[in-house]
Design a protein around this ligand. Structure first.
Ligand code: NOJ
Length: 559
């Protein structure tokens, strides 16, 4: 059992723009985060991951960085950051920053130089190619719709952008680019930050020659994924980064890694491999997509979700480490997606928390999850803010693939805006998020769902999260125990055991509004296992367990 602080931690993710506004301009900021440190310490989390806070023209809300060594105007100054870091540490909270180095903003100095001429010394910082007969160099589409290549008149060439055209991809083959990245990482680490969440880090190495992708049915583009995901040099670059930078500091790292298998993850997170501590897999986020296509009505299928999560639990046990999440700033709210945000809102929010936090790995809580924030209903595309949604809406409704009505329904179900509505602090105007005009719609349910109300209610989701987080500190089995799935085919129950030496946990979750009955493994009954936590009034253990709608129970047994 290799003990590490980052395995024992709980991470809280902050989307600064929507967290708390301290100066009344309607946009969350660093001062707002400082004002909530008492709240976060009280919640019991250990690490705060801040989505990008750097200078940015905000084409993709900060994921397009124009200066890595400065703070976005709306968020504050470097002095504010220093204050936040010092005060967070006083509150026993570590700070993890978002490292976005697959791409920069097109307004970054490097790119402005790079595009100025073919012999500029920054030219090779980015990926430039000649077009083919007036067309882009290949048929790849971008993550945010349209071609992945943008024509630049100045030098009559195209640059690669896997996201928006204002997010040109860096050329990691160029050693100078890697040096720049390591330098800026050191600059922040020397300030005393405690880690990095690395944006789409598995996309930094592209297959040379940029071959055309297989045509995507119904689209004029080809599939770029085989050529950009987990590319030929990605592990080499990460090991270099680790040897040159990360290994010199006691920090935590998590790489965002879409399209990554357990086998890939063993390489990224393997304890002996000197790359990253953990990755964010997307496999469980795909259980309600249509062959990877996210805009659909498909509902998550529990047996499939269990299969995927179990594969990761077993695959990485003793080899690497899992991150545990069910929502973040790119995903819909978990209670709306996997729970029941109507009649069983409270029960299902708590059940999902239990189900996730009892798995092996480091849990991530996304702001507002701890009070059960729900998806937002947007009525037309004009109300949307997210570039991914807006571009997808334009592309699919204009080429006739999806009707406007269907697309709005899909956006309300799966769109990233669901996660980005302002944090609901209390029932005063704008949910206490700002005294000005909020940059984005506040969910109208804030009078019912807010922090102030839940602080006062001992049975609230918020107080349940506090209890759950405390358990992790008390029982090493929650962190280090191995995992075994029971009843894999059960349609509505997610039941598993955790085992550490002579101790065991039984975690039983009902993912439906129907009561269900399960047989309890005999040793838990014989050894009079104790209930550690449950979202319903206490129930004793016996051979048969009947789980009420969205009930979750955790029993602990020690021989
Ligand atoms: C992943 C980030 O989480 C997402 O918000 C962003 O749009 C893309 N990477 C591009 O940076």
């Amino acid at each position: 059992m290799d003990k590490k602080w980052w395995k024992e931690s709980v991470v809280y993710q902050i989307y600064p723009r929507s967290f708390c506004d301290s100066n009344g301009d309607g946009i969350g900021d660093l001062g707002g985060i400082i004002s909530k440190l008492d709240y976060l310490e009280e919640l019991g989390v250990d690490v705060l991951w801040l989505c990008p806070i750097y200078k940015s023209p905000n084409d993709d809300n900060g994921y397009d960085i124009s200066d890595y060594r400065d703070i976005m105007d709306e968020f504050g100054t470097l002095d504010d950051f220093d204050e936040l870091l010092a005060k967070a540490h006083e509150h026993h909270l570590k700070i993890m920053l978002d490292l976005v180095v697959n791409h920069t903003s097109d307004e970054h100095k490097w790119f402005m130089e790079s595009r100025s001429s073919e012999d500029n010394s920054y030219r090779n910082y980015y990926i430039w190619e000649k077009g083919k007969d007036g067309n882009p160099p290949n048929n790849w589409d971008s993550n945010f719709s349209g071609s992945a290549w943008e024509y630049d008149e100045n030098t009559d060439m195209y640059y690669l952008h896997l996201f928006s055209k204002k997010q040109p991809d860096l050329n990691w083959r160029n050693e100078k680019v890697r040096e720049e990245v390591y330098d800026l990482m050191k600059w922040w680490l020397d300030k005393g930050i405690d880690g990095f969440r690395m944006d789409v880090i598995n996309m930094i190495s592209k297959v040379k020659g940029y071959p055309d992708g297989k045509p995507i049915p119904g689209s004029k583009y080809g599939d770029r994924l085989p050529f950009v995901m987990n590319g030929p040099h990605v592990h080499e670059y990460l090991q270099e980064m680790n040897h040159r930078v990360l290994s010199k500091y006691d920090v935590m790292t998590v790489g965002e890694a879409p399209c990554t298998s357990v086998e890939d993850a063993k390489k990224y997170t393997g304890f002996e491999r000197d790359e990253l501590n953990m990755v964010f897999t997307f496999e469980h986020m795909d259980v309600d997509s249509d062959n990877g296509f996210k805009w659909t009505d498909k509902k998550p299928d529990l047996p499939e979700l269990k299969k995927v999560l179990s594969k990761w639990q077993i695959g990485l046990d003793g080899v690497g480490w899992n991150s545990l999440y069910m929502n973040n700033h790119d995903q819909p709210r978990m209670v709306s997606r996997f729970g029941n945000d109507g009649k069983y809102w409270k029960e299902s929010a708590k059940m999902l928390a239990v189900c996730l936090h009892m798995l092996q790995g480091t849990p991530y809580i996304y702001q507002g999850e701890e009070i059960g924030m729900k998806n937002i209903t947007l009525h037309s595309i004009e109300e949307c803010n997210d570039i991914e949604e807006i571009n997808a809406y334009k592309e699919y409704t204009s080429d006739g693939r999806i009707s406007q009505e269907d697309m709005m329904r899909y956006i309300n179900r799966k769109g990233r805006d669901n996660a980005r509505t302002p944090m609901q602090w209390d029932d005063t105007v704008n949910a206490g998020f700002t005294s000005g005009t909020p940059w984005f719609i506040v969910n109208p349910n804030y009078k019912e769902i807010n922090v102030a109300k839940q602080e006062k209610d001992p049975d609230s989701i918020l107080n349940f999260y506090k209890q759950l987080i405390r358990l992790r500190k008390e029982y090493p089995i929650i962190v280090y125990g191995s995992y075994k799935l029971l009843y894999p085919e059960h349609k509505t129950a997610f039941v598993y055991e955790r085992v550490l030496e002579n101790k065991k946990l039984l975690v039983a979750c009902n993912f439906s509004e129907e009561e269900l009955e399960l047989e309890v493994p005999a040793e838990f009954v014989q050894n009079s296992a104790k209930l550690l936590i449950s979202n319903y009034p206490e129930a004793g253990i016996s051979e048969k367990m009947s789980l009420r709608p969205y009930e979750a129970r955790v029993y602990r047994m020690a021989k």
